[in-house]
Ligand binder design. Structure first.
Ligand SMILES: C[S@@+](CC[C@H](N)C(=O)[O-])C[C@H]1O[C@@H](n2cnc3c(N)ncnc32)[C@H](O)[C@@H]1O
Length: 216
């Protein structure tokens, strides 16, 4: 039986602002619990308001590791004003720019998970460039353009430890289903073609891969 979150964690996830459906959240949680057994940090690219972070944080808490989450908190292309996924509540009225950091901090605090998470506020490629620690899990859910998805893969996949997990969100093999582009699908294909990763599971648009070889 895959590990499942306690009802209060699932309730916090479902109440949080964000995009991940419950079915994918359950698959993310089970993967995080498994990966956390390696005793290494779990890292997410794309914090937004902390919906998926809650699940990584709870898995990290149980294993005594830390969850890391990277975001510049200014939103992806499709979340900007005028676009389909824009939420006016995420705009800093003083600056007139999106800022999801305050909502993220409230989400984590309310769930009692603040001390199990380190928020890395910045552009994913810049943070990846200075990163030097192996990771038990990397969850890619940042920008969905080819430029961003490729940079996330090239920046973070090298840090997935042997036996660790690489998760990619919003993988849509059929262009009819996609809503923010097929860049995550292309990254998924690249990871499989590298020979470094083997697919473990697919739940809707979430793919879970394990490092079974070297490189990316
Ligand atoms: C799809 S949302 C993440 C959703 C979140 N995982 C959830 O479950 O609710 C994508 C996030 O990636 C962030 N993002 C996009 N490109 C980025 C980049 N290059 N560096 C850091 N964050 C980025 C955006 O600010 C946005 O908050």
């Amino acid at each position: 039986m895959p590990a499942a979150p306690k009802p209060e964690i699932l309730a916090a996830f479902e109440a949080a602002k964000g995009f991940m459906p419950t079915g994918e959240g359950l698959a993310l949680y089970a993967a995080a619990v498994e990966a956390a057994r390696l005793g290494l940090p779990l890292l997410e690219v794309g914090t937004y308001c902390g919906r998926s972070t809650l699940l990584l944080a709870d898995a990290a808490r149980q294993a005594g590791v830390v969850a890391l989450t990277v975001d510049h908190h200014r939103g992806s292309e499709e979340q900007q004003p005028g676009w389909e996924y824009h939420d006016p509540e995420t705009v800093d009225s003083e600056l007139g720019l999106m800022d999801t950091l305050p909502t993220f901090r409230r989400t984590l605090h309310r769930a009692g998970l603040e001390e199990h998470v380190v928020a890395l506020v910045g552009r994913s490629p810049q943070v990846a460039k200075v990163w030097g620690t192996p990771l038990g899990l990397v969850f890619i859910d940042g920008g969905h353009t080819d430029e961003h998805a490729t940079a996330d893969y090239e920046g973070w996949a090298p840090h997935v430890a042997e036996g660790g997990l690489l998760l990619i969100h919003d993988v849509f093999p059929d262009p009819v289903d996609e809503f923010t582009g097929q860049a995550p699908y292309r990254v998924h294909l690249r990871a499989l073609a590298s020979g470094a990763f083997t697919e473990v599971s697919a739940t809707d648009s979430l793919r879970v891969l394990r490092r079974t070889g070297t490189g990316i």
